[in-house]
Each structure stands twice: as structure tokens, then as C-alpha cells.
Design a protein around this ligand. Structure first.
Ligand code: ATP
Length: 238
């Protein structure tokens, strides 16, 4: 047997009270891949991300990370083991500076080295360096997304969970963000990417899953999904 996928979600069920948002979802993310999860509003994409991160506790099924179950493993421990979520709402500290937001991203790190990582983030996002003393709440939407990703990188993730990074951003900025995601993958970060922007996300992905009302409707190599006729009208803009 080869090495297990870095992330394996097996038959996951997650509920909000009586509402079942995930009804037995299975997803595999091999190390070094970008895997996209696409689907309409309410399909369960954010619920899946939060279930992997440990923000939500699934009622059944299993999340395996590097072959080990994450059942009962608290969120902070997951971060320390290399899982980091960039949530849809970005959750920045609006009244703190860019630099302070970035520094907070390193909070679970036991050892030092955050200064070098900060330099790394500024090298990747020169815009954040220029604006390091500016309050996060006054950044543009694209800059806030860069800050949210930069902050996640401060935790040195092996597995980066990105929940709709392009939400509300202009097409040129979306392209920049997706380029950065590709660069991270090329540097060895494994990415689970939630996107409504299906065509653009599949174009940079290795694999993909289509979620519909809490179930996987379709999955496969990204280039095949991008050509799938049944997806065309609903997800790929015709
Ligand atoms: P979007 O693209 O709109 O963010 P999504 O695919 O991420 O959608 P989820 O946010 O995971 O979908 O929601 C899945 C289902 O669970 C939806 O029917 C939603 O109404 C429901 N849901 C989500 N959060 C809650 C909550 N806190 N309480 C009750 N129901 C919820």
C-alpha cells in the first residue's frame, strides 16, 4: 500500500440540530494536490470545511489526516499539526494592523521563526508590506483576502483549507489569488479549495468534487470535470 492521502473524509455526516447539512460525504486530497469543492449556495461546502477543521463536530463518519483519525482532536491541535482554515468571512481583526493580524497567525507555533515567516509573507504579498501599519478593516476586499491567506501561512500549514477566497472580488484579483494558491501547491502545500467560481478553480486544480444538498454528486480529475456536460449549464456558465 502507498502513502495515504493527506486528507481523507469518509462518509461524513454533519448536522445543525435537525438539519443534516452533510449526508455522508467522502473526499480524498492527496498530498501536494489542489482539490476543489464546487456547489451551489447551501450545498454544504462551508460545513465540510468546518468539519475538517474541527469547528463543527460531525455526527458520523471520519476525518483522517495523514492516515490518522481526527476524532476528538481539538481545533488548536489540528492547527499545530498543520491544518489551517481561511474562513469565508476571513475573520480578520479589523481594528488591528496588518502586521499584528499576521503575527497572530503564528500563535500556535511552539518554536520561533515567525519573523522569517513574516518576511516570507511580505515577499509573497508586497501590498501587505506597504500597508503593514494600516488597520485591517480599512483594506480593500482583495487585500483582506491576501491578509487572511498570509495569516494562515504564518501557521506553516501542510493542509490549507480555503473557503471561497474569491468571494466578492473583481476578476483580476481572483486571478491573482488563484495564482498564489497554485504557487503554494508548487511549494508543497496541499489545498482543499471551496469555490463557486467553478471554471476558474478547476483550471488550477488536480481533482474536484461537486456537492449537492450535502452529497457528492460527481468527482474526478479536474480537467475531466471541467469538460463534463452535465455540469456545464449549472456550474460552468453554459
Ligand atoms: P454557501 O456557498 O452559500 O456558503 P455552502 O455550500 O457553504 O453554501 P453551508 O454553509 O455548508 O453551504 O450550508 C449547508 C446547509 O446547512 C444549508 O442548508 C444551510 O442553511 C445550513 N446551515 C448552515 N449553517 C447553519 C447553522 N448555523 N444553523 C442551521 N443551519 C445551517
Amino acid at each position: 500500500p502507498g502513502t495515504p492521502p493527506l486528507l481523507e473524509v469518509r462518509g461524513l455526516h454533519t448536522r445543525y440540530g435537525r438539519i443534516e447539512a452533510l449526508g455522508g460525504v467522502s473526499v480524498e486530497v492527496p498530498a501536494g494536490h489542489i482539490v476543489s469543492v464546487i456547489g451551489a449556495n447551501g450545498a454544504g461546502k462551508t460545513t465540510l470545511m468546518n468539519s475538517v477543521m474541527g469547528v463543527l463536530t460531525p455526527s458520523a463518519g471520519e476525518v483522517l489526516y495523514a492516515g490518522e483519525s481526527l476524532r476528538g482532536v481539538p481545533l488548536e491541535t489540528r492547527v499545530a499539526r498543520g491544518i489551517t482554515l481561511v474562513p469565508e468571512r476571513r475573520d480578520l481583526f479589523a481594528s488591528m494592523t496588518v502586521a499584528d493580524n499576521l503575527q497572530l497567525g503564528a500563535y500556535t507555533r511552539r518554536r520561533g521563526g515567525w519573523r522569517a515567516d513574516l518576511d516570507g509573507v511580505y515577499a509573497r504579498f508586497p501590498r501587505l508590506l506597504e500597508r503593514r501599519r494600516q488597520l485591517a478593516g480599512t483594506l480593500s476586499g482583495g487585500e483582506q483576502q491576501m491578509l487572511a491567506i498570509g495569516r494562515a501561512l504564518m501557521a506553516r500549514p501542510r493542509l490549507l483549507l480555503l473557503d471561497e477566497p474569491s468571494l466578492g472580488l473583481a476578476p483580476l484579483i481572483v486571478r491573482d489569488i488563484l495564482r498564489i494558491v497554485q504557487a503554494l501547491r508548487d511549494e508543497g502545500v496541499t489545498v482543499l479549495l471551496v469555490e463557486q467560481n467553478a471554471r476558474a478553480s478547476l483550471a488550477i486544480s488536480d481533482g474536484g468534487y461537486v456537492l449537492e444538498t450535502g452529497q457528492v454528486r460527481l468527482s474526478g480529475p479536474a480537467h475531466e470535470l471541467a469538460r463534463d456536460k452535465s455540469l456545464g449549464a449549472s456550474y460552468l456558465g453554459g
